[in-house]
Design a protein around this ligand. Structure first.
Ligand SMILES: Nc1ncnc2c1ncn2[C@@H]1O[C@H](COP(=O)(O)OP(=O)(O)O)[C@@H](O)[C@H]1O
Ligand SMILES: [Mg+2]
Length: 311
């Protein structure tokens, strides 16, 4: 592989919340190259957003190393850090907090690109922003001129934040659950818009709890549970024949014809297995005595790794 566009190496991130230490990432490694989409898959709280933010150096690491375009953002000058971040389009999970409250949809999209171009390109930036909004299904004059904070629905705001992230033709797209607020018809369109950029050479990391979406978007996927990588491999294999019990539980929880999506059908926490145990042991239907010790992530076939004593 060429130099990865983004790389995390044994990254540990801890938060302190209500006097307690929460380890959001416990030594995860990943990388993504140009022209490739990597899916980060897991339920809420598994560490997906933290992984993206660690990649952009938006939070401190307690261990490991993260690089963007081969450079460690924590080691470079502030100016260089800004420059490297500008090559990234970050689509935050929450489109409510991330958009400036007083601006119109058009201004929100144009803003990052305006910061990067000289004054005489202003017209071009606005024209391009208009085209992007139209691509995202927001081309109506009424919407373009609407104040983002007061006049748009959650789904529309999420699409404004997608257009904004794409405005400066990013080399790396970090898409945090980018279709979570979209209805079924828009979900496919948004995915197409993002994958068009990947086909043109951008790298993308997309987070989701949905193995179908992961398989549609990415060739490679990483399944996270409580800040650990429990499995990684081709997304189609994760969907069809997960090796780790948690991956299989995620697949079983997917909505089927005539059935709604469910929580993964695994037992709730029954006993404390201690800090050294497999992170999934408390919910695992296949746990046994050995799971009191966490299994390592091991290679099982080309491009396929999992962390489970049963394998
Ligand atoms: N700013 C924060 N302060 C305290 N705990 C946090 C913070 N951000 C995330 N966490 C915790 O870190 C873990 C991973 O969170 P997150 O990365 O948001 O997961 P995901 O995106 O997969 O839902 C969760 O237990 C969450 O509560
Ligand atoms: Mg998240």
């Amino acid at each position: 592989m060429n130099t990865p566009v983004m790389s995390l190496q044994k990254v540990v991130v801890s938060f302190f919340s209500h006097g307690k230490r929460v380890e959001a990432l416990r030594g995860i490694s990943l990388d993504v190259a140009s022209g490739e989409c990597l899916a980060l898959i897991g339920e809420s709280g598994s560490g997906k957003t933290t992984a993206l933010r660690a990649g952009l150096a938006l939070l401190p690491l307690s261990g490991g190393r993260a690089t963007l375009f081969g450079e460690d953002l924590r080691q470079v000058s502030k100016g260089r850090r800004v420059e490297l971040r500008r090559r990234c389009g970050y689509i935050p999970q929450d489109p409510f907090g991330c958009l400036p409250p007083t601006v119109t949809a058009l201004e929100a999209v144009a803003e990052p690109a305006l910061l990067q171009s000289s004054r005489n390109c202003k017209r071009e930036v606005f024209e391009k922003s208009m085209a992007l909004l139209a691509e995202c299904g927001l081309g109506e004059k009424r919407i373009v001129e609407s104040k983002v904070s007061t006049s748009l629905s959650g789904g529309q705001r999420q699409r404004v934040s997608i257009a904004r992230a794409l405005a400066a033709d990013p080399a790396l797209i970090l898409a945090d659950e980018p279709t979570s607020m979209q209805d079924a018809s828009n979900r496919g369109k948004i995915l197409e818009i993002l994958l068009r950029r990947v086909n043109r050479g951008a790298a993308m990391v997309l987070t989701t709890h949905d193995l179908y979406l992961a398989a549609a978007a990415a060739n490679r996927g990483i399944v996270l549970y409580h800040g650990h990588i429990v499995e990684r491999g081709p997304t189609k294999a994760l969907l069809a024949e997960g090796l780790h019990p948690y991956t299989r539980a995620l697949a079983q929880a997917l909505p089927r014809l005539g059935k709604k999506a469910a929580r993964p059908p695994v037992a709730e926490k029954t006993e404390d297995f201690g800090p050294l145990a497999c992170p999934f042991a408390p919910r695992c239907p296949e746990r046994f005595e050995r799971c009191r010790q966490a299994p390592p992530l091991v290679n099982l076939s080309p491009g396929r790794d999992a962390a489970c004593w049963r394998l």
